[in-house]
Design a protein. Sequence first.
Length: 279
Amino acid sequence: MEFSKKTFKLNTGARIPAVGFGTWQAAPGEAGRAMQTAIRAGYRHVDCAPLYWNEKEIGLALTEVLKETAIPRSELFITTKLWSSQHSQVEPALRKSLQDLHLDYVDLYLMHWPVSLPPNDASAPNFGKEDRTAEMEKLLDTGLVKAIGVANCSTINLEKLLMTARIVPAVNQTELHPLLPQDKLSQYCKAKGIHQTAFGPLGGKGSTLHTHPMVLDIAEKNKGTSGQVLLSWGSTWAIFRLDETEIAKLDRLAKTEGRRFNRPNWRTTIFHDDDKSVG
Ligand SMILES: NC(=O)c1ccc[n+]([C@@H]2O[C@H](COP(=O)([O-])OP(=O)(O)OC[C@H]3O[C@@H](n4cnc5c(N)ncnc54)[C@H](OP(=O)(O)O)[C@@H]3O)[C@@H](O)[C@H]2O)c1
């Protein structure tokens, strides 16, 4: 089956395409063009965020490419996120992203980090006291989002959230690749019906995972690229089906070369599930 047709079912009943196109860190002018190329190549899932500082560019490029290809909006799955300094302005932040992206709704709205930062606007209300989970849940009644979720949450963050949540998040988007398999978190999410999406599936910025000799060897055997191997490890079948020996070899990497690449210092513990094997 073509990669773009492969999907996972969310706890809302909607389907999320297994492979998404990330929009972080592309240079201005490149992000929109790259996303258009991805859509023409078959991608139907685009991951955005106001923190990537390119939602306006993505919005313009998206409008153009949908017109050119006549792909209906309903065929796309668009995610964006609530930035940490906007936790006291959840709906206005979403409306700004929708305006920039030229969309009436997003398929998924994620809380970007389980950390609140002071708002840029000093007059913003109730910083630190807001119940951001309840505010996120209210969005489901507005029609502006089809699903809500979180990102960068550990089992402990999720446990805390689920104590007060009315709605189980549809997704937890976290760093996830063979050097950071996050087995404990993955099992927890599965048990709670939360879909775990991998960001940085090739390891993220600074990663050398896609040049690892073992990954290159598996790529050669499958007549593919190292990027395709890493995406196929994550979902086991996104691009091609790795055999059990190949998966076991990739799984062993974390034991000796475990590493988290995206590790901002929030001055509070975020990554509760990392043990000593994670460098
Ligand atoms: N929720 C969050 O907090 C969060 C955090 C990070 C990322 N994300 C999302 O996840 C997306 C992907 O993350 P990412 O870009 O950091 O990591 P990635 O997809 O793992 O890419 C990591 C690096 O791999 C290289 N690369 C990319 N495609 C390649 C390919 N086909 N073959 C060989 N090398 C390749 C690139 O290096 P070069 O630049 O050297 O080519 C890139 O910097 C982001 O765009 C964003 O949408 C979300």
